[in-house]
Write a protein that binds this ligand. Structure first.
Ligand SMILES: C[S@@+](CC[C@H](N)C(=O)[O-])C[C@H]1O[C@@H](n2cnc3c(N)ncnc32)[C@H](O)[C@@H]1O
Length: 282
């Protein structure tokens, strides 16, 4: 496990989260007006949430967490970023949507929770979560440990295949990285601005301009086989594994068109997987 990288990522996420939220306008009013930030894919995967206990791992600023709470789940959101968790707590307070938020490294939270009594019906993480995990095996064992028997792990995330390509789709990076970190000096960027309205519900606000992250980012581009194998070895049974030829919210490449908040490659180009989802049971 690379805790020193997690810490630097925390600093990078603190900075990036301010820029990201600056484009999103008045989130409290959005939620008070009945808004949700969830996509149909995770809603289908998660199913009926009424009365379920759900932990949202790497929840960032809590918009998806509060949307899940709205559907009747008892939610806990966990994230390493101070800025994100402070924002999430304030949003919960301002909207009156009940949720518990904990600012912790996900590995510390899993370990601490496993030592206690609380167990969850569902552990969920999504859209840009797994690539920040420096030790997949420890994470998968930790997830299995905090689930009730029969409880489910659900994720939908960007496909590791997209990490091979630059913004202009030039193939530049390797798929297999043997768990080595990819360090990028420019840290977490303002991909919310680059994704235009994809990650915004409501009107795009100009907000922070020309964002430059002063901290580096350390990213772990795990392959799909490594992710699934870690979950199986962690003690979970795979229920479904799906791949999708489009990306929800985040625009990974320059030459894409959108339908609502979803991004597609040009129809005259060969398709490729842009997202995957997993549902697995303890
Ligand atoms: C792309 S965001 C996920 C967004 C999320 N799907 C949502 O609902 O908004 C990735 C998140 O992972 C968090 N993160 C990265 N490394 C972490 C770690 N070691 N422990 C906990 N959270 C971490 C970051 O702070 C960031 O908020």
């Amino acid at each position: 496990m690379r805790k020193e990288f997690h810490e630097e990522n925390r600093l990078a996420w603190n900075e990036a989260t301010v820029a990201h939220n600056s484009h999103k306008g008045d989130q409290a009013t959005f939620f008070r007006n009945g808004g949700t930030t969830l996509f149909p894919e995770e809603l289908d995967l998660l199913g009926d949430l009424k009365g379920r206990s759900l932990v949202h791992l790497q929840c960032n600023s809590g918009q998806d967490t509060l949307s899940l709470a709205r559907l009747g789940a008892n939610v806990t959101g966990v994230d390493i970023s101070d800025t994100a968790i402070n924002f999430a707590r304030q949003l919960s307070h301002d909207t009156g949507i009940q949720a518990t938020f904990q600012r912790m490294d996900v590995y510390d939270w899993l370990e601490q929770t496993a030592r206690g009594e609380q167990r969850f019906d569902i552990a969920f993480c999504s859209y840009g979560a797994i690539c920040w995990l420096s030790d997949l095996q420890a994470w998968a064992r930790g997830v299995a440990a905090i689930l009730k028997p029969g409880g489910r792990f659900v994720t939908i995330d960007f496909h590791p295949f997209i990490n091979l390509f630059e913004w202009d789709l030039e193939r530049k990076y390797s798929y297999f990285t043997n768990g080595e970190a990819l360090t990028f000096e420019e840290g977490v960027g303002d991909y919310v601005a680059l994704s235009e309205h994809g990650l915004i519900n409501g009107d795009y606000v100009e907000g922070v301009k020309d964002f430059k992250n002063p901290y580096r980012g350390h990213f772990f581009p795990w392959g799909l086989g490594e992710i699934v194998t870690a979950l199986l070895e962690g003690g979970l049974t795979l229920s479904s594994l799906k791949e999708y030829p489009y990306a929800n919210g985040f625009k990974p490449f320059e030459d894409m068109h959108n339908s609502g908040r979803r991004w597609y490659l040009p129809a005259d180009q060969p398709n490729m997987p842009l997202m995957f989802s997993i549902s697995a049971r303890k």
